[in-house]
Design a protein around this ligand. Structure first.
Ligand code: ADP
Ligand code: ZN
Length: 211
């Protein structure tokens, strides 16, 4: 099963991605994670990507598409993959159609009003990527799942979030129509409820889609 996870920044894609890929044995491919790993390792791609990410803009398509195209040729993708954060505009979606077969697009709709606070208060585990809201941590600085250290992403600040939300509205949201027309969209509503609640709904739909 090959899936795409679609949703605004802060909609809870990362948490659902972990749960979905575990349950269905899919490789979790997050372009954001790939870029952050490249930045950490000081690669050429990392140096290029950093300036865009820090401003909340999209990394150029030719770079991003090439990374995903290559990643999908790895053996581990043969049993299915979950794309998290890709495609993010129409061009990327059209390119993806040329080298991959997609079975479904999990689209998480969320009230935009929640996102600024969610993102600016987000703390992420350095080890496993789990995210938390600072208001729930009671001063704790380590991950409940794995004990890893929590940090705040550099792009989780008001100015950059503003720009990321604008990019989402203008460039990514049109993909909802794109995949609806292809009969691939699976719509869900993200809420303030724990991620498990949303995952139950996702599971019910994906169990039927499974092939
Ligand atoms: P979020 O969904 O919370 O904004 P991501 O980790 O998916 O976070 O992405 C972080 C940043 O990485 C984006 O703001 C963008 O700059 C870059 N990025 C990630 N995926 C893509 C993509 N498919 N195309 C272009 N840039 C991307
Ligand atoms: Zn962790």
């Amino acid at each position: 099963m090959n899936l795409i996870l679609l949703g605004a920044p802060g909609a809870g894609k990362g948490t659902q991605a972990t749960k979905i890929s575990e349950r269905y044995g899919l490789v979790h491919i997050s372009t954001g994670d790939i870029f952050r790993a490249n930045i950490k390792n000081g690669t050429t791609i990392g140096m290029l990507a950093k300036s865009y990410i820090d401003r909340g803009e999209l990394v150029p398509d030719e770079v991003t598409v090439a990374i995903v195209k290559d990643r999908l040729t790895w053996d581990d993708c043969a049993n299915g993959f979950l794309l998290d954060g890709f495609p993010r505009n129409l061009f990327q979606a059209q390119e993806l159609d040329k080298f991959a077969e997609i079975d479904g697009v999990v689209n998480i709709n969320i009230d935009f009003g929640l996102l600024m606070d969610r993102l600016c208060g987000r703390r992420v585990c350095k080890e496993c990527g789990e995210s938390y809201h600072v208001s729930m941590l009671n001063g704790k600085t380590t991950c409940e799942r794995c004990g890893g250290e929590l940090y705040q992403r550099k792009d989780d600040n008001p100015e950059t979030v503003e720009s990321r939300l604008k990019v989402y509205t203008e460039q990514t949201a049109p993909l909802i129509d794109y995949y609806t027309e292809k009969g691939k969209i699976l719509n869900f509503t993200g809420t303030e409820a724990p991620a498990e609640v949303l995952f139950e709904e996702v599971k019910a739909v994906l169990d039927k889609l499974k092939r």
